[in-house]
Design a protein around this ligand. Structure first.
Ligand SMILES: Nc1nc2c(ncn2[C@@H]2O[C@H](COP(=O)(O)OP(=O)(O)OP(=O)(O)O)[C@@H](O)[C@H]2O)c(=O)[nH]1
Ligand SMILES: [Mg+2]
Length: 336
């Protein structure tokens, strides 16, 4: 039932052409009929895909459709080489599968941090006329043109795994929040159990910074025993790194609502209950000015997914939590 969410980007890559070789002859004061001295053209830049651990999704790769590396410089007289162009490096997340868009063949599976793949090779520079002098032709007027850079269309695919799971009672506003956070458009309804299966969305934090949030169907009391839809999905919540627990402030007893979900998590799996979890009051736009926050500590301000209030701050907060988890993973232990 859980649909693996695939992030996809189709890009066209064009490497730079090599620079033309030079056709030039020595012109010195005492050698009016000097030999050839045309230098070679520079190499065109290649387009390279490179795994970077700080990139989580294909969101930024998708942003651009054409990736073009620069052409190499022309060769010059006095045997000067043309300038080689810099490679154009596209940062991709670990787990990016690269396919030929026309044939659907897998080109490469990019996995390791720092792994590189030349998606389009830059053209070699043309040779200057110095290379073409022969005993019968000491003054060749021929120099090679630069060679064209490779060009192709690639499809990048990444299987997304949710970093943040949005949990809560039915109707808490999980789907509404996901549609605020990302381009995902889950169904929103003013009744419980609108969401029937999890849905993922890519949340942009900034340039090359994003994470994945999952909207999980509402949990109810007894979910851990298989009631409602929750049971099936608690399993999926296990794969997320952190949980964001949404609590509707407008219900009769929001504090009780909070404990209902916490209890279900603990009953289902004490391990799951230990996962980093943050709770947040939702539907803040429906609060009156005199509203007093229920007596339950949270480090997050109430949000409204409808007006967007507090949502940007929430994005930064979640991203920071994920970053600190990542650095803990790297160190291999938790600093207490
Ligand atoms: N005023 C207001 N209404 C909201 C807000 N967030 C959600 N709602 C409304 O609350 C109802 C439920 O929202 P959903 O996003 O579908 O809730 P859900 O948690 O995904 O519900 P299930 O999928 O059934 O578990 C809808 O009528 C939303 O329009 C909010 O911030 N302010
Ligand atoms: Mg929903």
């Amino acid at each position: 039932m859980w649909q693996m969410f695939i992030d996809q980007a189709t890009i066209h890559v064009k490497a730079g052409n090599g620079g033309a070789g030079s056709r030039s002859f020595r012109r010195e004061k005492f050698a009016p009929k000097g030999g050839p001295d045309g230098g070679d053209g520079g190499r065109g830049g290649s387009v390279i895909l490179k795994v970077d651990e700080n990139v989580q999704t294909l969101l930024d790769v998708k942003y651009q459709r054409f990736y073009r590396a620069k052409n190499g410089g022309k060769g010059l007289g006095t045997k000067k080489f043309g300038k080689s162009a810099n490679d154009l490096v596209i940062l991709v997340p670990s787990g990016t599968l690269v396919m030929n868009d026309e044939t659907d063949d897998i080109v490469v599976d990019l996995v390791y941090q720092g792994q590189q793949f030349v998606a389009a090779k830059g053209g070699d520079g043309g040779r200057g006329n110095t290379h073409f002098s022969t005993p019968t032709n000491r003054a060749p007027h021929y120099a090679e043109p630069g060679w064209p850079g490779e060009e192709r269309t690639l499809r990048l695919e990444l299987k997304l795994i949710a970093d943040v799971g949005l949990i809560g009672l039915p109707n808490a506003g999980k789907s509404t929040l996901l549609s605020r956070l990302s381009a995902a458009r889950p169904k929103v309804g003013a009744y419980p159990f609108t969401t029937l299966e999890p849905m993922l969305g890519v949340v942009r934090v900034g340039n090359f910074k994003s994470f994945v949030a999952a909207d999980i169907p509402g949990l109810i009391q007894g979910a851990s025993q298989g009631k409602g839809l929750g049971h099936e999905f608690l399993r999926h919540v296990e794969r997320t790194k952190i949980l964001l627990h949404l609590v509707d402030v407008t219900t009769e007893d929001p504090v009780q609502d909070y404990y209902t979900i916490r209890k279900e998590l603990e009953t289902y799996s004490p391990e799951l209950a230990k996962k980093p979890a943050y709770f947040i009051w939702t539907k803040a736009d429906l609060l009156s000015d005199t509203w007093q926050a229920p007596d339950l500590q949270t480090q997050l301000d109430p949000i409204s997914a409808v007006t967007g209030k507090g949502v940007q701050k929430l994005i930064y907060f979640l991203h920071n939590q994920l970053l600190s988890l990542q650095s803990i993973e790297k160190r291999g232990h938790i600093n207490e």
